[in-house]
Design a protein around this ligand. Structure first.
Ligand SMILES: Nc1ncnc2c1ncn2[C@@H]1O[C@H](COP(=O)(O)OP(=O)(O)OP(=O)(O)O)[C@@H](O)[C@H]1O
Ligand SMILES: O=P(O)(O)OC[C@H]1O[C@](O)(CO)[C@@H](O)[C@@H]1O
Ligand SMILES: [Mg+2]
Length: 524
């Protein structure tokens, strides 16, 4: 369900209010809205189950069973054996510390318990909300009943579906840059070699590398990738656009790839899933496994995507500089614009982390600029009371202030108008109009956030994700992605993570913490 942007009242921070206003049923499953840059609409986002779920009859005592059966079906992992005859064989991924274990009766056994069982599961949701009005509540039925939702655990399996010495594996990175891409590429290569794979290649510059002749395959080995994690960027290059699925699959066949590791965000996942579908149609024994890459942290269901932490950390330098400038100037106003096309995670976390931000503006929470409850009036108040102010805005925030343009990038992502420059001008002219001196300093650190190398915590996350991607491919899965849910490492079918963009929930504790920290009022 989507509403045209012009329908929106311009002053809503709670989906529930919004839904009621437009006569949409305010069921607990449809709680809030976010701006979707692809469709240019405010989207109602279903949290626990998506809007295309079959309607459940909650008066039926079996509804939970029905929900769980459906959930298990949705989250089951596509496997090569679903469409072709493939036999498993014992894994070649040996854990070095493997030693024969001694039985209680003193005999030696050759079993090792360091593998993940296909039936292992991790719980997707761990909070039992007492009411749909609890902060961040994620309910399925109106009573917010507890329903177990299990997803598949990631990791090496005892049985594998490829003979490593004959495997040719490819790696491709698509979309924008993200800190940690090289760490993931490196870990994929190291893990493949550990299984015994000798033929590993990089596809240059995203999906384009599959069919642009001048972009040749890059042979990869431990030796080649040993130090690539010491620099930011992507060793293989990235690109947007150029995803002709049929041509890509032709190229996969021509190159005789058995596995393809695809690093990218929402768009890349959609592309990878289409490649997986096409491979299935052609009954190819090719595993397509994604590793989610987005500094925006906007992939559904996952605790955090790699690069996000690093981006938040990199933003601190910009915020701190804006703070110093604002604090030192007479009536100084620091303004920082951070990345985040549709989701305000970087801006929210960076504001929280800095502790100096007075006003945090994100795409999920519309704001008014003018009027008694507007941002400009609050800035006046801050200048009056503390003498300076610091504003942090996400690039996707306040897009409703601009005339709709149809411009898109090569991948079809909407080209955003510059909210930073707009705010700068509005603030300047506002203070001039009211005859109060102001000195505004605007910092746009955009690409500095993502061109850096991964910090320590992201480097570890990349290690886990890269290794699990390889384990997933050897286990015979395809059309999957790997991530962290509730601190556990899992595999998820791609369609489940690209149903929508992940947004900051304005009803979440984290957003409320941010508001507590900034002290900002509702700007409507
Ligand atoms: N719906 C889609 N179906 C198939 N391919 C897609 C789709 N959307 C995007 N792609 C392709 O995926 C690649 C990456 O997409 P995009 O540029 O949107 O980056 P992304 O993966 O979303 O990452 P980022 O977070 O940097 O935007 C491009 O080559 C694009 O053509
Ligand atoms: O300028 P580029 O390379 O298209 O990337 C910009 C976009 O990349 C993102 O970081 C997503 O990866 C967005 O926040 C931003 O709008
Ligand atoms: Mg994208």
């Amino acid at each position: 369900m989507a509403l045209a942007p012009m329908d929106y009242a311009g002053s809503i921070s709670s989906g529930q209010k919004y839904l009621g206003r437009f006569g949409v049923p305010t069921s607990s499953r449809l709680r809030w809205v976010g701006y979707d840059t692809k469709s240019r609409t405010y989207q109602l986002v279903a949290r626990a189950i998506s809007v295309d779920q079959p309607q459940l009859d909650f008066s039926n005592p079996d509804w939970k069973k029905q929900f769980q059966e459906d959930f298990n079906k949705r989250f089951s992992l596509p496997h090569l054996r679903d469409v072709i005859d493939v036999e498993p064989r014992p894994t070649t991924f040996s854990l070095k510390s493997r030693t024969p274990l001694e039985n209680v009766n003193g005999t030696m056994q050759e079993s090792w318990n360091g593998y993940v069982n296909d039936d292992d599961r991790a719980l997707l949701k761990v909070i039992k909300f007492a009411s749909p009005t609890s902060a961040g509540a994620d309910c399925i039925d109106p009573d917010c009943s507890w329903v177990e939702q299990w997803v598949h655990r990631a990791g090496p399996r005892k049985q594998i579906y490829f003979e490593p010495q004959y495997v040719k594996a490819g790696i491709v990175s698509c979309g924008g840059l993200c800190p940690g891409l090289n760490d993931v590429i490196r870990q994929i290569v190291l893990t493949l070699e550990k299984y015994g794979v000798k033929n590993i290649v990089g596809i240059q510059h995203g999906f384009r590398g599959f069919f642009e002749d001048h972009l040749s395959e890059v042979p990869l080995s431990r030796h080649v990738v040993q130090n690539i994690n010491l620099a930011g960027g992507s060793f293989l290059g990235v690109s947007r656009g150029g995803a002709n699925i049929s041509d890509i699959v032709d190229s996969i066949q021509a190159r005789r790839l058995d596995m393809l590791f695809v690093l990218g965000g929402n768009g890349t996942h959609a592309g990878a899933n289409a490649i997986h579908d096409e491979c299935r149609k052609r009954k190819l024994q090719v595993s397509i496994v994604c590793v989610p890459k987005t500094i925006d942290n906007d992939i559904l269901l996952m605790d955090k995507t790699f690069g996000f932490d690093t981006a938040v950390e990199a933003a601190q330098r910009a915020i701190n500089s804006a703070y110093i400038e604002a604090h030192s100037a007479f009536h100084g106003i620091g303004l920082v614009k951070l990345m985040g096309r549709s989701s305000g995670f970087i801006t929210m976390q960076a504001s929280l982390s800095s502790g100096q931000v007075d006003i945090c503006l994100i795409p999920e929470v519309p704001f008014t600029l003018d009027g008694p409850n507007g941002v400009l009036r609050h800035l006046e108040h801050l200048i009056e009371t503390k003498g300076f102010a610091l504003v942090c805005v996400a690039e996707g925030a306040g897009q409703e202030y601009f005339q709709k343009s149809n411009a898109t990038d090569a991948s079809g992502n909407m080209v955003l108008s510059d909210i930073g420059v707009h705010l700068q001008q509005k603030i300047k002219s506002h203070f001039k109009d009211i005859g109060v001196h102001s000195d505004i300093k605007y910092i746009d650190p955009t690409y500095m956030l993502r061109a850096v190398r991964a910090n320590a915590s992201d480097a570890i996350l990349c290690t886990v994700l890269g290794q699990n991607a390889v384990h997933g491919a050897f286990a015979g899965f395809s059309g999957i992605t790997t991530g962290v849910c509730n601190t556990h490492n899992v595999y998820l079918p791609i369609p489940e993570v690209i149903k929508s963009t992940r947004f900051v929930d304005p009803n979440s504790r984290m957003w409320h913490r941010c508001l507590t920290s900034t002290g900002q009022p509702d700007f409507h």
